[in-house]
Design a protein around this ligand. Sequence first.
Ligand SMILES: Nc1ncnc2c1ncn2[C@@H]1O[C@H](COP(=O)(O)OP(=O)(O)OP(=O)(O)O)[C@@H](O)[C@H]1O
Length: 238
Amino acid sequence: MIEITHLTKKYAGRAVVDDISFTCRPGTVTGFLGPNGSGKSTTLRILCGLTPPSAGSATVLGGAYRDLPNPARRVGVLLDASAQHGGRTGREALTLACLTVGAPRGRVAELFAQVGLDERAARKRVRAYSLGMRQRLGLAVALLGEPEVLILDEPANGLDPEGIAWMRTLLRSFADRGGTVLLSSHLLGEVQAVADQIVLIHHGRVVEQGRTADLVAGGRSLEDLFLTHTASGTETTP
Ligand SMILES: Nc1ncnc2c1ncn2[C@@H]1O[C@H](COP(=O)(O)OP(=O)(O)OP(=O)(O)O)[C@@H](O)[C@H]1O
């Protein structure tokens, strides 16, 4: 369970996240949508304890992320796939991550298979990875502790169509086994296909929220809904 309650974040007096509230329940995928600069990453960073809120709260599994004893065992996070150390091979990066959270080394081979990275990729240095490969490696790190919750910021960025379809299956089956997924994405068709509920923000405020099936009833697409609410497109910083 993820609970975002009256969450606000101000930078230099400007609210970039403005009184946001929503809940993500076990067994569901939540699509978190909004134009560039609308406050999605800031919300996810607050949820993962990387940025303090100005007001309100963001909790996961009943408390603050930083208060979970071994958070990677409960909550898988992928916020920035390009943040990985480029000088390590994929296998070194994943082995280190396993050791850090106390997951067995045996998980490494299993995870590479699960995220579709082969032996050649495992031996390659991360700096030579494509963005799609980095996303897969980042997802392997998020999954290694067999978490109950996944928090993913644009995980399908850089994935090819096969990779996007694979990601959809992975997230759907994770939720179908009782997991909670919060996913930010600009791939509206994909989100429509996988998400049970949608939270759409614009200028840091929730402008639409509800079950995907209800929001796209009557032949309306998620893209129609998105464009209706965000007609001005990309947000600008004053
Ligand atoms: N550390 C910071 N200091 C000042 N302003 C910031 C900081 N971090 C984010 N912002 C501003 O907050 C706003 C929201 O940014 P955020 O990255 O949360 O948007 P986003 O919805 O994730 O965008 P995108 O889709 O482009 O990733 C932007 O105007 C951004 O410039």
